[in-house]
Ligand binder design. Structure first.
Ligand code: AMP
Length: 735
């Protein structure tokens, strides 16, 4: 693009887009609450905290003053009664001060002060269970592992594959999406066009002596949070300053971050050594393609680009019709600076992304009415800015009132809500948070994150953004292939068109070998630029014009080009589609699901707590276990028959013929979240136990597999089965 004025990459529309898109991406990719972009505390709490801090400071001064008074009385050898009275009053003041301190402590650390301790203990229990039962394994464990890399073990793999199967059913199948599968290794040119090479960065600081790297914003965030939570003597003004800093953390430049790190004396957390100034670190893993090492490439940081570069073929495949959506599930790679938060921030993870291409002039959705009545927690920008909480809003109302920008975006928000809650995410700990104005790129029409609350706070698990037309524009510009759609008119329409006609003879005489560059620059002017040039040429006869490919101004004279507007008949409209992008971090969803599904219950003897994952059958890694009650050949034969029937029905299951007590076997499978257990206690009928209620029914051997299939496929509910079959009660069953 060329304009009259000096052009630098970031001043072109695409340049600006790249910068804002990528800074946006990074900021919301890391938005674990309490986080920069969301006020960490509701306004009411903040003002309460402020007044408590003031009161505490007053009480402290009163205690100090009274302490001095006691010392003065003692020094002056005042009477015992006088000194005792002063001490009594000092003690009273100290008590008042401790009471304010306690109140403040409870406000700054959430409900009752013990909340964060409980959260950590809960997380540790879940984490230990997941690791012990091989839901995940730290990758390369025998070589001491690598931070931010995890394997899924057998039950983890099964959960992931169930989640992905449901994703395909809920989105790809339901919406007739076009699924693609593109390589992870991506040539540099693609990621240059998308802006990742230049801007997919986080700001990093280094321990100046040891070289250990840290994310600059994380260190500042930790410092602010720790001060606010632990330093009760902090003045109200200072506390307000730190809270403000948390709210604008995402917006700080490298210089500003560096200045704050210096001002607060923040040092390397592990060694207390001084830190370097912050500098950008590109998060992409670099590689080269082919043996020569001459073709640079990267491991893709997202799957979306693979879809954008295939737009032309996919549009053709779809019969040149809009709207349509393409989808991709695949690995994404981000070389996170210092991955924390266990399974939530990793260096390789599975993304499931949808790019829904739509006419920018019509973002209605034919199926919006199907989700319009859904009502769930939404956290619009205004509520966040005014320190209010998320509120329940019917989706239809959110769209009709313009809180959500358009129907298609609203439709996907609704579908994401249904997807997550069907998986077992708790409705009360799921909210849709709108991006604040400063979080959103200037081109974006609207962005909402599905955030799930877990022991780490509110975590962004799905980003749903109306990204307008910038992705396709960027690749059109850099590849030279027009990624556009057409709307054919039933009747030709008359339109006014800008015509820029360079007079090549005059331009050739004036610019010789550079003529091509000048012509291209003139032809690339937009309407506003061209009309300004026309006016300038008419009034002055010549004008200075910057040619970016020459890197200098040239003088354009009136005889060198004609600029006019002409009426033309058009048979079609050619435009760049807008993109609405729901982007799912599958690992984050699964981790939150683990936390939301986990609970403990006392053993029968009451001497231990037993772990249970209450996965819905849809997600459960194994749908059913088959146990002969005792080690007995006849029962084992029956178990094998049932196992064969389950295999034929496609139900994942596990036979356990160990002699361990049935209660222990139940407990073991409850801990894997297996919803149903078949116990063979006769050769004609068996019992089926439901995990959470521990209720048991009796069914014939022949029926067992079909009952399990019906309840795991969702054709029927356990409550219906419970009311249709005889109940079985076994006193000694559970551990
Ligand atoms: P983004 O492209 O940054 O918006 O990220 C898309 C989704 O990927 C987010 O909503 C997260 O769920 C997930 N995600 C981003 N970064 C990571 C990471 N380092 N580890 C795991 N999941 C991530």
């Amino acid at each position: 693009m060329r304009t009259f004025s000096t052009i630098i990459a970031s001043s072109t529309p695409i340049g600006r887009y790249l910068i804002s898109r990528l800074s946006l991406r990074r900021s919301h990719a890391i938005s674990v609450k309490p986080q920069a972009s969301t006020p960490p505390m509701a306004a009411a709490d903040a003002s309460n905290e402020e007044s408590l801090r003031r009161t505490l400071a007053e009480k402290q001064s009163a205690v100090d003053a009274q302490g001095n008074a006691v010392r003065a009385l003692k020094a002056a050898k005042a009477s015992k009664s006088e000194i005792d009275a002063a001490i009594e009053s000092l003690n009273r003041l100290k008590l008042e001060k401790s009471s304010v301190e306690r109140e403040l402590q409870s406000v700054v650390s959430g409900s009752g002060g013990g909340a964060s301790v409980n959260r950590e203990a809960f997380r540790q229990t879940v984490f230990n269970t997941l690791e012990r039962r091989l839901f995940f394994i730290p990758s390369f464990k025998i070589y001491r592992g690598v931070a931010g890399l995890y394997d899924y073990g057998p039950p983890g793999c099964a959960v992931k594959s169930n989640v992905l199967a449901f994703w395909r059913q809920h989105f790809v199948l339901e919406e007739d999406m076009l699924e693609v599968d593109c390589p992870c290794v991506t040539p540099e040119a693609v990621l240059k066009a998308s802006g990742h090479v230049e801007k997919f960065t986080d700001l990093m600081v280094k321990d100046e002596k040891m070289g250990t790297c840290y994310r600059a914003d994380h260190l500042l965030k930790d410092f602010c949070n720790e001060k606010l939570e632990k330093d009760l003597s902090l003045y109200a003004e200072k506390a307000a300053e730190l809270r403000h800093l948390l709210a604008v953390l995402d917006d700080l430049s490298a210089e500003e971050l560096g200045a704050k790190i210096k001002e607060y004396g923040i040092t390397a957390p592990d060694t207390k050594n001084p830190l370097s100034d912050p500098y950008p670190f590109n998060l992409m893993f670099q590689t080269s393609i082919g043996p020569s090492g001459l073709i640079p490439g990267y491991m893709r940081p997202e799957t979306a680009q693979g879809i954008f570069v295939n737009f032309k073929d996919l549009y053709y495949y779809n019969g040149n019709k809009l709207p349509f959506a393409a989808a991709q599930i695949g690995q994404a790679f981000r070389n996170e600076i210092s991955p924390r938060q266990g399974l939530l921030r990793v260096r390789e993870f599975t993304l499931a992304e949808i790019e829904h291409f739509v006419d920018p002039q019509d973002k209605s959705h034919p199926k919006f009415s199907e989700v319009a009545n859904l009502e769930f927690l939404m956290f619009p920008r205004e509520e966040q800015m005014s320190g209010k909480s998320a509120k329940r809003i019917p989706l239809g109302e959110a769209v009709s009132k313009g809180i959500v920008n358009n129907e298609t975006l609203g439709y996907f928000i609704g579908r994401v809500y249904l997807f997550l809650t069907c998986l077992g995410i708790d409705k009360e700990r799921l909210r849709f948070r709108q991006h604040l104005a400063n979080e959103m790129a200037h081109y974006a029409a609207d962005c909402w994150d599905a955030e799930i609350e877990c022991s780490y706070g509110w975590i962004e698990c799905v980003g749903i953004a109306d990204r307008s037309a910038y992705d396709l524009h960027a690749h059109t510009e850099k590849s030279g292939v027009a990624l556009v759609a057409q709307e054919k008119f039933s009747e030709p329409r008359e339109v006014e068109k800008l015509v820029i006609a360079p007079v090549k003879k005059e331009l050739g005489l004036a610019f010789k070998g550079s003529q091509k560059n000048v012509v291209e620059a003139l032809e690339a002017m937009n309407e506003k630029e061209a009309m300004e040039m026309k006016a300038a040429l008419e009034s002055k006869g010549e004008v200075e014009f910057y040619v970016c490919t020459l890197g200098k101004n040239v003088c354009i004279k009136k005889n060198m080009l004609l600029i006019s507007k002409e009426k033309k008949k058009e048979h079609q409209r050619v435009f760049t589609p807008s993109v609405i992008e729901p982007s799912f971090g599958i690992g984050r969803i699964i981790y939150c699901l683990y936390e939301h599904s986990f609970y403990t219950r006392p053993s029968k003897a009451g001497d231990e707590q037993l772990n249970v994952f209450r996965f819905p059958p849809l997600v459960a890694p194994i749908k059913c276990t088959v146990f002969p009650l005792v080690q007995n050949q006849q029962y084992e034969e029956v178990a094998k028959v049932i196992s064969t029937l389950l295999k034929v029905a496609g139900i994942s299951h596990k036979i356990d013929i160990t002699g361990t007590s049935i209660g222990k076997r139940y407990a073991r499978t409850d801990e894997l979240g297996v919803p149903f257990a078949i116990t063979v206690d006769s050769t004609s009928s068996v019992t089926i136990r439901e995990r959470d209620s521990k209720d048991q029914i009796r069914v014939s051997v022949d029926e067992a597999a079909s009952v399990i299939k019906a309840v795991t496929d969702g054709q029927t509910k356990w409550e219906d089965v419970w009311s249709s079959y005889p109940h079985h009660s076994s006193e000694s069953a559970d551990a």
